[in-house]
Design a protein around this ligand. Structure first.
Ligand SMILES: NC(=O)c1ccc[n+]([C@@H]2O[C@H](COP(=O)([O-])OP(=O)(O)OC[C@H]3O[C@@H](n4cnc5c(N)ncnc54)[C@H](O)[C@@H]3O)[C@@H](O)[C@H]2O)c1
Length: 258
């Protein structure tokens, strides 16, 4: 898919994290962008930055855990720019509290992605096609870790991956491609601040990567998933410090059973 001239929507684009970098990159590639967040101040800052670099942009305050907010966001993109062709379901709050915030976490990370996907599909049908990129996390992969700081987050992100793989058929029927990017540790301010406190030995012991993926690299991967017409229902896993790779089609998920 050619990005120039298209209309893109990015949720959770008002922080200093991946969402803002993705919105800025899509605008640089020539898309009109609807940026949204619960954080109005941050959202307006993203709007200012995109405008300053000559992009066409609108900000919509939308809480992805509220279906009416998500449908209003997509409607605003269509009303303002004429269509909704690209949707990046990026908003995904993380609470490092093993038994806390489960419902908010699932509502935003999983239901928010579902609302975006359902309303996005409706809008893309009107246009004859489109591309949706969901954002997962490597924290939801496998079961080798001794503990998780955020079980509801991991469960929600596992759901986001499975939702994506179940929607590959939309390419043939509706010309809509749904794919998922699964990043490892991304160098957002908060993550970098924590990572900086660890010695190389602590990183090895804790299974923390030696390098962090940058938000610009995340934007690169999103652009690949949006533009590569061969990808539908695919999951791109990006362990930090390694090349990004796709889970093979037909993968059973658990290679060894006992
Ligand atoms: N940072 C990492 O290491 C990492 C790793 C793997 C996956 N991810 C995923 O990448 C995506 C972006 O995360 P980030 O680290 O850039 O986060 P971030 O905290 O920098 O940005 C997330 C944005 O989402 C917004 N937000 C939170 N709840 C919302 C809601 N209910 N509705 C709308 N907006 C909401 C926040 O205000 C914030 O601006 C998330 O889906 C996250 O799960 C991040």
């Amino acid at each position: 898919m050619e990005i120039r001239g298209k209309v893109a929507i990015v949720t959770g684009a008002g922080g200093a994290g991946s969402g803002r970098a993705i919105a800025q990159r899509l605008a640089r590639e020539g898309a009109s962008v609807a940026v949204s967040d619960v954080d109005e101040r941050g959202g307006r800052e993203t709007l200012r930055r995109v405008e300053a670099s000559g992009g066409r942009v609108v900000f919509v305050r939308a809480d992805v855990s509220v279906e009416a907010d998500v449908s209003a966001l997509i409607a605003t993109a269509e009303k303002t720019f004429g269509s909704a062709d690209i949707l990046v379901n990026n908003a995904g709050p993380y609470y490092a509290e093993p038994l806390g915030h489960w419902l908010e976490t699932v509502q935003a990370n999983l239901l928010g992605t579902m609302y975006g996907t359902l309303h996005g599909i409706e809008a893309m049908r009107r246009r004859g096609g489109g591309a949706i990129v969901n954002i997962g996390s490597t924290s939801s992969l496998g079961h080798g870790r001794k503990h998780s700081a955020a079980p509801a987050y991991d469960a929600a992100k596992a759901g986001v991956i499975r939702l994506t793989t179940c929607l590959g058929w939309l390419r043939e029927r509706e010309n809509i491609r749904v794919n998922c990017l699964v990043p490892d540790w991304v160098a957002t301010e908060e993550v970098k601040a924590y990572w900086d406190t660890l010695t190389p030995q602590q990183r090895r012991e804790e299974g923390v990567p030696e390098v962090l993926t940058t938000v610009e690299e995340i934007a690169d991967a999103v652009i690949e998933l949006v533009t590569d017409e061969t990808l539908a229902g695919r999951v791109m896993v990006w362990w930090s410090g390694q090349p990004r790779r796709l889970i093979p089609v037909g993968d059973l998920g658990y290679v060894a059973l006992e």
